[in-house]
Unconditional design. Structure first.
Lengths: 515, 349
């Protein structure tokens, strides 16, 4: 129930990090019983705002009020005690503990002797998981054993268990399957009726549009405007966010010309997660992989890159068999394959090392004389890489984790482009990065294709597949269930094929491809 | 019913290393007894138990910091310190003896607490902090007992290093020849002590929030912090508990040998063996996975392997070499999992 006084009120809040400002004089408030969307490019100050609200950071200036009382959280526990619960973008789950342990981690049910009561804890986990329709998750299984999308649902269950008054979702739906996203929407609506305020951060405009009652736009550490949904059009909102007019989201596609196959995949199978994949990609072609999360798309990319053992089937580049036994072999001159992995923080980057070292990580052999790294060549290569992707860095010797998410992702892409690959595999390269960088990446992918690279792009965002790809293969349960091309690439067709249920038109499209 | 079974298989799947360590221990000890001329006798069991207690306690001590993702290089030294203190204070009237034991255990625990405080508030890496404090502990031990010796009450030595029969008979608790007592009178007291401490201290501790926080820190410290867990308290508790277990080992060593000995070499060897026992028992050196019961089993495996040298004739000069090879083989068993991993990325998780 919306009340008159805001549940959370920030006045004149500022936060600086070693000279750069993250937030500057922000006034912001949100009310109980609303879903409040927060928009802004990466680096706009959204994360800082959330970290201050949830007690991870303390403001340099200004006051935070919760339910009319001035508070100053020095750690996340205190924020939770005031009813502010955050679902973080970087998951806060402990991989080696069970699902039930994680859900009740901070305040587990106790027995008479003060010890953790496993039985009650399991029951509690089951109840919370049932609330978000995740009955299939075993409370006894380790978080390590779950897929990314399941982990994110466990994270949501964990937050629910803290009985929030203000629930903050920071990109909390980025890894979810469509079905789970619907469940989360339903849950947020339920919480709204119960008088909970939800702060919703997402890069997916349609999610914000569908869910939120109020929207706040941030730019450059400042609060630009708060308005009710519908007060501005989508185009106007984007303009507020980036401060300039966006003409086209995606670079134009070239005329569809049939291209001779360059990479051919024939009946590729692995461990019941890939069940006979047939796909061929031409030189200069961008093929999209679609489908719900966890249908084998990641495994297909890893398999092509030599990470999986025990693959069956054939893969060939032109007529040469191409079955690398390791990433080192995959990137070698014989195959020239590059993979931009799913999780840039663990598989893409060595977070504690410098930008320069990260850029060179895959191509040390190109800048070395014998066993020694040639500093001049290395410096040249690094500055070329930074220039090519317009990565915003103060110095290449800075630690890579100081960059924003979008720039980190650019480092990963630049690292692989430095190996001069012929085949580029991309695993959701725009997840969790800002609109501006996304568009740069789309443009880059198209340029690479125009220069004759063979590109396989997995994306969890349908719009991206529609906007970027010449052809789209939709996967379901380890199989390609539909191959779409040209005008047949529509949201309806992709969604239908993802659920493997098909509307009339998409069935025809799929049938035509299969036949 | 189906639920119960799946819970059991989940448990086994999640603790493969632990269960295979138990299987290995059982197999090794059965074969040992078959080869031994007086195998399967109470005398052999008592002797073996006595010789295992110290390393078992040290392995349990080492487990707790390892679960955090650190190493405690002072456990052997704290054991030595406790050993020397016990050789001074565990004698006199029964009350004095009990008091002496409490003093010994309290000193070791306090030393562990100090380790924890240094690691948390001094912001030092555990391995380097405990390297330094370990030297301090040995220094104190040498100060207390410059030459080996000391005096531990004879009765307690006898009672705690034999079977239950002798324990009851020594203190005349009741008629040790009573019929009902026959079935359990053969059980070695050291075995009972180890089991009582392991199950009475470790298992309840594991079920506290502090205990679970230790696992969470070793598994993902960032996530533990973001979940609002008491990180500092858990780290301090981990080292304190390590100090307590190490002191248990030192106290028992004093009772067993009736003396104290500030032996620097022995302290170092015990520390290194405790790390080996932890690994053999299925605890990951990266932290977050394993437990003290596993280390108990791991320590016993290492001891049983060394018992074999008494009944198999090997040149004593070759003993360290053979021991090293066997240890290498034992820890390699854990590496077999990597052969089954089909997604090579999972190797790094």
């Amino acid at each position: 129930m919306p009340t008159d006084s805001p549940i959370v009120q920030l006045s004149g809040v500022s936060k600086h990090f070693s000279g750069t400002r993250a937030l500057e004089g922000v006034d912001f408030s949100c009310r109980s019983g609303t879903i409040h969307g927060i928009l802004g490019e990466n680096g706009a100050g959204k994360s800082t705002l959330i970290k201050i609200l949830s007690g991870v950071l303390q403001p340099d200036a200004g006051t935070v009020e919760v339910a009319g009382k001035t508070v100053r959280f020095s750690n996340p526990e205190q924020a939770v005690a005031s009813g502010i619960v955050c679902i973080f973008q970087e998951l806060s789950l402990v991989p080696d503990l069970s699902v039930a342990d994680n859900i009740s981690i901070a305040a587990p049910p106790r027995t008479r002797f003060g010890l953790i009561d496993k039985r009650v804890q399991n029951r509690r986990a089951e109840e919370l998981l049932a609330r978000i329709k995740c009955e299939d998750v075993d409370p006894n299984s380790l978080v390590r054993e779950l897929s990314l999308s399941r982990r994110q649902m466990v994270e949501i269950a964990k937050a629910l268990g803290k009985d929030p008054k203000v629930l903050i979702l920071d990109e909390a739906t980025s890894a979810l399957t469509s079905r789970d996203v619907e469940t989360v929407y339903g849950l947020l609506a339920e919480l709204r009726t119960a008088g909970v305020a939800s702060l919703f951060i997402s890069h997916r405009m349609h999610e914000i549009d569908k869910l939120c009652d109020m929207l706040s736009v941030f730019r450059n550490g400042q609060h630009i405007e708060t308005f009710a949904k519908g007060a501005h059009s989508e185009g106007e909102i984007v303009k507020l966010m980036i401060g300039r007019e966006v003409t086209a989201h995606y670079p134009p596609k070239p005329e569809p010309v049939p291209k001779p196959a360059y990479l051919t995949i024939d009946k590729l199978a692995w461990e019941g997660q890939l069940k006979g994949i047939d796909l061929s990609i031409g030189k200069g072609e961008i093929v999209g992989l679609g489908g719900l999360d966890g249908q084998g798309q990641k495994e297909l990319l890893l398999g092509l890159f030599g990470v999986l053992r025990g693959l069956q089937g054939k893969v060939a580049i032109l007529d040469h068999p191409c079955r690398p036994g390791s990433p080192a072999e995959a990137k070698s001159d014989a195959m020239r394959i590059a993979l931009v992995p799913e999780d840039r923080k663990t598989e893409g980057l060595m977070l504690a090392m410098s930008i320069a070292d990260n850029l060179l990580a895959a191509s040390y052999d190109r800048v070395s004389d014998g066993p020694f790294i040639n500093q001049d060549k290395a410096r040249t290569a690094v500055s070329e890489g930074i220039a090519k992707l317009q990565i915003k860095v103060a110095s290449p010797d800075d630690i890579v984790s100081t960059l924003s998410g979008g720039n980190q992702q650019k480092v990963v892409i630049a690292k692989w482009l430095m190996t001069d690959p012929d085949v580029i595999l991309l695993n959701d390269p725009t997840r969790g990065i800002d609109v501006g960088t996304k568009q740069e990446i789309y443009k880059l992918i198209r340029e690479l294709a125009d220069r004759g690279k063979t590109i396989l792009l997995y994306s969890s965002d349908y719009a991206e597949l529609i906007g970027c790809c010449d052809r789209v293969a939709v996967m379901y349960d380890g199989e390609i269930v539909a191959k779409l091309s040209g005008d047949a690439i529509t949201e309806e067709a992709i969604v239908a094929a993802s659920l493997n249920v098909g509307t009339q038109s998409s069935l025809q499209a799929a049938g035509a491809r299969h036949g | 019913m189906a639920d119960k079974r799946s819970a059991l298989t989940t448990n086994i799947r999640q603790n493969v290393a632990f269960y295979s360590a138990i299987a290995m221990l059982v197999a090794l000890y059965l074969v040992y007894n078959m080869l031994h001329p007086r195998g399967f006798s109470a005398a052999v069991l008592i002797q073996n138990s006595n010789e295992s207690v110290a390393i078992v306690f040290l392995a349990m001590a080492q487990t707790v910091p390892v679960l955090l993702g650190g190493l405690d290089l002072s456990v052997g030294a704290v054991m030595t310190l406790a050993n020397c203190i016990a050789s001074e204070v565990v004698n006199g009237s029964p009350l004095q003896i009990v008091l002496g034991m409490i003093i010994t255990l309290a000193t070791g625990t306090a030393f562990g607490l100090m380790n924890g405080l240094i690691v948390v508030y001094g912001r030092l890496q555990p391995i380097i902090a405990t390297l330094a404090t370990g030297a301090v502990a040995v220094g104190l031990a040498l100060f207390i007992r410059p030459v080996p010796g000391g005096n531990v009450d004879d009765d307690i030595s006898w009672a705690l290093t034999n079977d239950l029969y002798e324990f009851v008979a020594t203190y005349g608790l009741f008629d040790a020849d009573a019929g009902w007592f026959q079935t359990i009178s053969w059980i070695p007291v050291p075995l009972l002590i180890v089991v009582a401490i392991a199950f009475g201290v470790w298992l309840p501790f594991k079920r506290t929030v502090t205990g679970r926080t230790i696992y969470a820190i070793g598994s993902a410290e960032g996530a533990a912090y973001m979940s609002g867990l008491p990180i500092n308290r858990a780290k301090i508790a981990a080292f304190t508990l390590a100090g307590f277990f190490a002191a248990c080992g030192g106290l028992y060593l004093a009772i067993q040998t009736s003396s104290g000995n500030a032996d620097i070499t022995q302290a170092g060897a015990y520390t290194l063996n405790s790390i080996a026992a932890v690994v053999v028992g299925g605890t990951s050196l990266l932290g977050g996975v394993g437990g003290a019961i596993g280390s108990l089993v791991g320590a016993l495996i290492l001891r049983v392997i060394s018992f074999y040298f008494r009944i198999v004739s090997i040149d004593p000069l070759l003993q360290p070499l053979v021991e090293g090879l066997v240890l290498l083989a034992a820890v390699s068993l854990g590496a077999f999992r990597t052969l089954r991993v089909k997604n090579q990325l999972n190797l790094f998780r």
